[in-house]
Design a protein around this ligand. Structure first.
Ligand code: SF4
Ligand code: SF4
Length: 298
């Protein structure tokens, strides 16, 4: 089921059809009409075969999005539209050596890879995925992190007198947090290989959406685009994982029973439940997290 309502900037909700067809309840639209139409279209969730990206999301969240009437804030969907725009631009610039945006499926799921072919050099077996992302996510994907290090100086006065001074320093030898990207790209690899295409290497081309800001520079992100290699994940593990997720979602839809809680990774350590899950109002955990936030604030 697609989202059925828009959350307006003043917090009121309106049926999407009412907004798009009858006009803005506030008189002047909060964004251009074609942008609102694109947002509405991008929220469509069908009940059929789950896609690779749906299976990477928490099963409970996808189940609720497919079965409930829910509202989306058009502003929150704009980054996703940016990403779709980048895909559209690339599609217009491929030649015979590159395949783009082909949907492939197997008995478990379906997925549309972005680019495959001669993407970086003479190698014809390169699988690429396009991302538009934040400097924070890029910092983590590159294995950059900050740590307090002693400056060698000491406080001379005040409560901290005699204690060492520290400063935050950036390090680039940390763990690369690319699990979601790796799961997605590796499943596209499997789908391509099932069709007889050899995938030798996988890369994410990540465009930084806040690259010009000081915060990005402080995170060590000094370029607007990064090519990030993705390692191979065991086929056996990956197929088992996606089959398990697809089965849980299918069973929930067939029985109408809400699936178990999204995993800690899927719910971003509850950050998603706090502010970024459109169906949190239908989830007991989402409600509890929001109630706790309200209690803390006031
Ligand atoms: S245009 Fe924006 S403010 Fe107006 S009704 Fe639609 S969502 Fe609400
Ligand atoms: S509120 Fe959290 S746990 Fe509930 S569906 Fe959303 S992401 Fe999952």
């Amino acid at each position: 089921m697609p989202a059925t309502k828009f959350s307006c900037p003043d917090g009121q909700e309106i049926p999407i059809s009412g907004c798009l067809e009858d006009g803005c309840r506030c008189g002047t639209r909060c964004m251009f009409l074609p942008t609102l139409r694109a947002v509405a279209q991008s929220s469509d969730r069908k009940l059929d075969e789950p896609s690779v990206t749906e299976l990477l999301t928490g099963t409970r969240e996808v189940f609720l999005k497919k079965t409930k009437d829910y509202a989306i804030n058009p502003e929150d969907a704009l980054y996703a539209l940016q990403g779709q725009g980048i895909h559209g631009i690339h599609e217009k610039h491929i030649d015979g050596d590159i395949l783009a945006e082909v949907r492939l499926k197997d008995g478990t799921t379906s997925g549309k890879f972005d680019l495959y072919g001669q993407l970086l050099d003479e190698d014809t077996g390169t699988l690429g995925d396009l991302k538009v992302t934040s400097s924070y996510k890029l910092m983590r994907a590159l294995g950059y992190y900050k740590k307090s290090v002693p400056t060698g100086e000491f406080y001379k006065t005040g409560a901290k007198k005699g204690q060492p001074k520290y400063r935050q320093e950036l390090f680039t030898d940390g763990v690369r947090y690319v699990m979601d990207w790796a799961l997605q790209l590796n499943y596209y690899r499997i789908l391509l290989e099932q069709q007889g295409f050899e995938v030798k290497r996988m890369f994410i081309q990540a465009i930084c959406r806040d690259g010009s800001l000081r915060i990005a520079a402080e995170r060590g992100i000094d370029r607007n685009v990064y090519i990030i290699p993705i390692n191979k994940i065991s086929d056996q593990w990956l197929i088992r994982y996606f089959k398990h997720k697809a089965k849980a979602l299918k069973e929930a839809i067939a029985t109408g029973e809400i699936p178990k809680l999204c995993s800690v990774r899927e719910r971003w350590h509850d950050k998603k439940c706090q502010s970024y899950c459109d169906v949190a109002d239908y989830c007991d955990h989402g409600q509890a997290i929001k109630q706790a936030m309200i209690k803390k604030a006031g």
